[in-house]
Design a protein around this ligand. Structure first.
Ligand code: CO
Length: 172
């Protein structure tokens, strides 16, 4: 596995519509393995292929809603589509491609996604809270949309300190 460079806002690849994955081959598996290593190193909760310069519909989301004592795990979503969404949450959202910036973003509380796995098999997965937020955020990346465009406003340092009382949130 190898680390990939994470592109930052302003790079053309972050503003493009991504094409479907059609070949579920070693090249895709290497990309997904590299993305997992890159996500882990960056301590993020999600990463989309265009963030590493690949304009294909592949994303990773870290499932953080796990029972006490169990490991968080990465969900690989190829050609993902949101098939249902309900409820509403609002809160700070960040992105590994927009380091240090958080925006106040409304998202559904629960989201169901249909996608393919790395072998091309179709499955459905549900997420809530941060996971639902990450599904939406990553799928937006595949349309060239960053959270800064979805945000009600970009949060000031005072606002962030007040919200978190600390030094940072999750980046996707
Ligand atoms: Co992002």
């Amino acid at each position: 596995m190898a680390l990939r460079n994470i592109m930052e806002k302003g790079e053309a690849c972050l503003a493009k519509h991504c094409r479907p994955v059609t070949e579920f081959n070693d090249k895709l598996h290497t990309l997904l393995n590299d993305m997992a290593e890159t996500l882990d190193k960056a301590n993020g909760v999600g990463l989309a292929a265009p963030q590493v310069g690949i304009l294909r519909r592949a994303v990773l989301v870290l499932e953080t809603n796990v029972p006490e004592g169990e490991e968080e795990y990465i969900i690989e979503l190829i050609n993902p589509e949101i098939i249902s969404a309900d409820g509403e949450q609002e809160g700070p959202e960040g992105c590994l491609s927009v380091p240090g910036v958080f925006g106040w973003v409304k998202r559904p509380e629960r989201v169901k996604v249909r996608a393919q796995n790395r072998y091309g098999e179709t499955f459905e997965v549900e997420g809530e809270g941060l996971t639902a937020r990450a599904f939406c955020h990553e799928i937006d990346h595949l349309e060239g949309v960053l959270f800064t465009e979805q945000a009600d406003h970009i949060m000031s340092e005072e606002e962030l300190n007040e919200y978190y009382g600390f030094d940072g949130g999750d980046e996707e």
